[in-house]
Write a protein that binds this ligand. Structure first.
Ligand code: GLC
Ligand code: CA
Length: 580
């Protein structure tokens, strides 16, 4: 299969060792919200295929598809009931094959989303476990335990679900009496698999091979920090600061603590086995970890040479919008990933967090997954948010390593805050009885054409979450070819990034700004990047301006000036300090 448009001439499929993922920009497609071909208001595979040329024009290297496997959709597909089938909601296996072929013909790689920590409770294995007695091999595929207390009517331990409520639910035995409990880190419809069980491990190797045989270029691995639990399943005793924040999946939590279900050493054995499975296949396939652990040096354990290839950099995602925080997290990331020979990765948005065009203007802290809604205090200023988002993205796309984009961020989409309660679907919203809004606000179907029904998302105008009226202004056709639009800025940044090989470059801080409280400034190959996170305009270094997230102005000194909350790329002929 011909591959075009990649940096290192990825023409052949059989060439091991080009490791395309080291510098790739990977675009996350959230299938239900990307493009709907059949008009039922839910995005589907045929919709995705029809829109792939737009992603090629954008200039990304790969797409990652959130789950499209058979699922009752209680957690939007992260609750899989059959790992080797396409959910009819999204289409057929033939639709998937055509998606992969089309993507490959366009020079785009395809990454699938594997969900091994838990299945749906509708999965055949869980149904078999329920129908089998305690102690049976079928039960041993999941985590069943007797309850505490005289009648076993208290859960086996005190763990709390990431989505709210207990992490345990009790089942009813064949005699109609309450019986054992099963563990679910997420919704009660997402029972955790028992990864100590070799049978489970073998099944997943088969599943990986199934999709590798169909041509996928790798996997994003869901909850890659959760699959092994601490032996004996001891109670979790969070430090006080954590307890007051609800002990959820929030970034701050893990900075101070390691719950007994996250980041246990045993997970690494699994990744070594998966590494071997991918190595059986021609070409370079990628494994990317979703591992919410801290600090970054611990995340780097997931990407040691015999494990996965990439891990999302959530420290970067949540770093404060200050020059000091940005420099610190960039330094730490390059050091931590570099220490194990892995590329640094960068990400600002995904389907679980508040879109960065809103998050960067939020006053209050908002842990992952909590969301914001009509009754939230301190709603973000959309103008400031977008301005900062553009500046942050322009900074990110100049960094060496690999970057992840989330669908719609290239349009500058904000979080949808004013979703009516009745439209919300995230299990977090239900399990916390509306105390947390959850993640629906970043999952609203994206706008393609300002004047079309559902802004071109769906031919019938249907949309599983309502799109706000002001989204016409963000539609892709309003931004394509428009100088200064967010889409144009992304396209320019991606074109330059590829042309100037910034992904495989090295970062060098500009000494004159190295301690600045307002400015982040570095050089990567022949590009100097200046981001102004302060309040005053900043004079730019000499050189031709290649990209600006906000228009620069000529100052009284005759030099171009950069506004607050803006980033510029400048071409320089001056040799880097290291080469002098
Ligand atoms: C991951 C997914 C999230 C999902 C959860 C449970 O964090 O990104 O969307 O709800 O896992 O599968
Ligand atoms: Ca559809």
């Amino acid at each position: 299969m011909a591959r075009k448009g990649n940096d290192k001439g990825n023409g052949k499929r059989n060439d091991k060792g080009n490791e395309w993922w080291r510098t790739a920009v990977i675009y996350q497609i959230y299938p239900r919200s990307f493009a709907d071909a059949n008009g039922d208001g839910i995005g589907d595979l045929r919709g995705i295929t029809s829109r792939l040329p737009a992603l090629q024009r954008l200039g990304v290297d790969a797409v990652w598809l959130s789950p499209f496997f058979r699922s009752p959709q209680r957690d939007a597909g992260y609750d899989v009931s059959d790992y080797t089938e396409v959910d009819p909601l999204f289409g057929t296996m033939a639709d998937f094959d055509r998606l992969v072929t089309t993507a490959h013909d366009l020079g785009l790689r395809v990454i699938a989303d594997m969900v091994p920590n838990h299945t749906s409770s509708d999965h055949k294995w869980f149904q078999e476990a329920l129908a089998s007695p305690p102690g049976s091999p079928q039960r041993d595929r999941y985590i069943f335990r007797n309850g505490r207390g005289r009648n076993g009517d208290r859960p086996p331990n005190n763990w709390r679900s990431v989505f709210g409520g207990s992490m345990w639910d009790r089942v009813t035995g064949a005699d109609g009496q309450p019986e054992q409990w099963y563990l679910h880190i997420f919704d009660s419809s997402q029972p955790d698999l028992n990864w100590e069980n070799p049978w489970v491990r073998e099944r997943f190797k088969d599943i990986l091979r199934f999709w590798l045989d169909r041509g996928v270029d790798g996997f994003r691995v869901d909850v890659a920090h959760g699959m092994i639990k601490k032996a004996g399943l001891p109670d979790y005793r969070p430090p006080k600061a954590v307890a007051s924040m609800g002990g959820g999946q929030g970034q701050k939590d893990q900075e101070v603590d390691d719950p007994p279900y996250w980041g246990q050493d045993g997970v690494h054995e699994i990744w070594r086995e998966w590494h071997e499975v991918l190595a059986e296949y021609p070409g370079d396939r990628v494994l990317c970890a979703e591992a919410w652990v801290a600090p970054l040096a611990k995340v780097a354990l997931w990407v040691r040479p015999d494990e996965m290839n990439q891990a999302f950099n959530f420290d970067y995602m949540f770093a404060g919008w200050t020059a000091k925080d940005q420099r610190r997290v960039i330094d730490e990331s390059i050091a931590a990933f570099g220490a194990v020979g892995a590329p640094a990765t960068w990400v600002l948005s995904n389907h679980d967090v508040i879109r960065h065009a809103s998050r960067l203007a939020l006053g209050a802290d908002s842990p992952q997954g909590d969301g914001i809604g009509p009754r939230s205090k301190g709603k973000p200023d959309p103008v400031l948010g977008l301005r900062r988002a553009r500046a942050a993205t322009a900074l990110m796309l100049a960094l060496p390593g690999s970057a992840y984009l989330y669908q719609g961020e290239e349009l500058g989409l904000p979080e949808v805050i004013e979703l009516p309660d009745s439209a919300r679907q995230d299990p977090t919203w239900f399990r916390t009885r509306g105390r947390k809004y959850g993640r629906d606000g970043c999952r609203v179907p994206i706008p393609w054409e300002a004047a079309a029904p559902a802004y071109g998302f769906s031919p019938t105008g249907a949309s599983w979450l309502p799109q706000p009226p002001e989204w016409a202004a963000y539609a892709r056709d309003r931004q394509e070819g428009v100088p200064g639009s967010t889409l144009t800025m992304y396209e320019t940044a991606l074109r330059l990034r590829r042309g100037k090989r910034l992904g495989s470059g090295t970062l060098e801080w500009l000494p004159e700004f190295a301690r600045s409280t307002a400015v982040v400034a570095f050089r990567n190959r022949d590009v100097v990047v200046v981001a102004n996170l302060g309040r005053a305009w900043v004079t730019l270094p000499e050189g031709r301006i290649l990209l600006e997230s906000e228009p620069t102005h000529i100052g009284r000194n005759g030099r171009p000036m950069l506004a607050p909350d803006a980033t510029a790329w400048i071409e320089t002929t001056e040799r880097p300090a290291s080469a002098r």
